[in-house]
Write a protein that binds this ligand. Structure first.
Ligand SMILES: [Zn+2]
Length: 319
């Protein structure tokens, strides 16, 4: 009898150990951890939800596409569909950038039980603009298409925090006050960084930022009353601008004595280097928060910390 008990105990321990290992490994989907799920498509939404949730334990946020990927070429996998179907709240941006949402969201099982929020609906969106010096695109932009890069202005970021906070408190009333407090504290941090950027903008000697790259910061540019040149309007899938575009950008740099050639995260900066070499200027990387690198993601970088990284860049570029 005694031996049988010992064997059973060892078996029980072994089963628990295997289960823990599988969960840790991600083999068992954690959908039954009892937490309410907020699934988001975009890094800024992910960060805002994470800040609002803070140390509370009833809600978790899942960043659907994950770090290091181009939001424009992302398509959900079968696993991602399951993740969305298990969501209590699903926050997306939509537009051309997330045009997969048109079909996929409507086909989700349990779709009526998911609070689906197109967060751009709560933002005063702008239409995609033609950008100075930018490559003429082969592909015609859809007439009246809105610019999806809403998260780049502090005003929009604050609005996003508010919308996400309201959605989270609805699925977990028990921590309502904590969520509200966390949201307020994060909004204060966004305001603080906004003031620091505003200081730099107020002391600028030029209005123009020059991107040897895509330019997903129109809301930021408009918010601070700046001007912009770029290799591409919006987010082209192309990475090599034509020699004419490079020449136009170089002429702009020379005419306006632009000191810094910008390129964005997840770009190798080669085009910027070419222009910087030809014009005896320097390159700097600017964080647009379109997505983050795996490294920044693993380091827990946030909307605020990445904008903070932009301060010396903006200072140098606007001098
Ligand atoms: Zn984009």
């Amino acid at each position: 009898m005694k031996i049988k008990k010992i064997v059973l105990s060892i078996l029980a321990i072994a089963i628990i150990a295997v289960a823990i290992a599988l969960i840790a490994n991600g083999t068992i989907n954690n959908k039954d951890n009892g937490k309410k799920k907020v699934v988001v498509t975009n890094f800024a939404s992910y960060d805002f939800a994470r800040q609002i949730i803070g140390d509370t334990q009833n809600v978790e946020v899942i960043f659907l596409m994950g770090p290091g990927k181009d939001a424009h070429s992302y398509e959900p996998t079968a696993q991602d569909i399951t993740t969305m179907e298990n969501a209590d709240v699903l926050i997306y941006i939509g537009g051309e950038m997330e045009n997969w949402t048109d079909k996929v969201l409507d086909s989700l099982e349990n779709k009526d039980k998911i609070n689906m929020i197109c967060i751009a609906d709560d933002i005063e969106t702008i239409e995609e603009k033609e950008i100075d010096d930018a490559e003429i695109e082969d592909e015609e932009e859809e007439e009246g298409a809105f610019d999806e890069h809403i998260w780049t202005s502090p005003a929009n970021a604050i609005q996003m925090v508010k919308v996400i906070e309201e959605a989270i408190e609805k699925i977990d009333e028990s921590n309502k006050e904590i969520y509200q407090k966390n949201a307020e504290e994060y909004i204060a941090q966004i305001n603080e960084i906004d003031n620091k950027i505003q200081d730099i903008v107020n002391n600028r000697v030029r209005d123009r930022l020059l991107f040897a790259d895509k330019m997903p910061m129109q809301y930021f540019i408009d918010y601070y009353g700046l001007e912009v040149s770029a290799a591409f309007s919006g987010c082209s899938t192309e990475t090599e601008p034509s020699p004419k575009t490079i020449m136009d950008l170089e002429n702009r740099v020379k005419q306006e004595n632009i000191p810094v050639i910008l390129y964005i995260e997840l770009n190798n900066g080669k085009v910027a280097e070419t222009i910087a070499n030809d014009t005896e200027t320097k390159t700097m990387q600017i964080q647009t928060l379109h997505n983050v690198t795996k490294k920044d993601f693993d380091n827990g970088e946030t909307w605020v910390s990445l904008m903070e990284r932009n301060l010396p860049v903006l200072k140098a570029a606007l001098q």
